[in-house]
Write a protein that binds this ligand. Structure first.
Ligand code: HEM
Length: 134
């Protein structure tokens, strides 16, 4: 869910009358899984972003992980760099195995309900420190 907005003028969206001053909350997850815009929307397919002009900067309304408009996330750059740096450090310094020895392709990617898209089933991993020979 994005931050709540207040409607500045009366309008109609998807057949619904939205009165002036009505509080509106945008469901970014619903936008990002709308079948009219996304093929097989609930599958994790990172390659769907290859060779496309769709990006996350708030002008493609079917993909708004950082929101859109004047209240969109002011720290997109910091957020992206932090996530990339963290992931790169974890992958560079450790080898990873699933704690129960199962196949990574069988990981259940269901999301829990809530404001943030956390995994429904926790991921239990065993890191092994990767120390290259000096
Ligand atoms: C990958 C990381 C991040 C994601 C996915 C993210 C996502 C979002 C989203 C969806 C919103 C609501 C936008 C809207 O309603 O249109 C938001 C707002 C905001 N974010 Fe982020 N964010 C991230 C990282 C950060 C970081 C690192 C900071 C600060 C250090 C930050 C600070 C804020 C602030 C202050 C707002 C409120 C803006 C306002 O009320 O005008 N975010 N973010």
């Amino acid at each position: 869910m994005l931050l709540p907005r207040v409607c500045w003028e009366q309008c109609k969206i998807g057949g619904y009358d939205i009165p002036i001053k009505m509080k509106v909350i945008i469901n970014a997850w619903a936008c990002s899984t709308y079948p009219e815009f996304w093929e097989d929307p609930e599958s994790f397919r990172a390659e769907r972003f290859e060779n496309t002009s769709v990006d996350f900067k708030g002008t493609n309304y079917h993909y708004i992980p950082f929101g859109s408009g004047r209240r969109m996330c002011p720290d997109i750059t910091f957020g992206l760099v932090s996530a990339e740096l963290f992931l790169a450090q974890m992958l560079y310094n450790f080898d990873w195995k699933l704690a129960d020895g199962s196949n990574p392709l069988d990981i259940d990617m269901m999301e829990a309900e809530g404001t943030f898209a956390a995994k429904k089933i926790h991921l239990h991993l065993i890191p092994t420190s990767y120390a290259p020979n000096n």
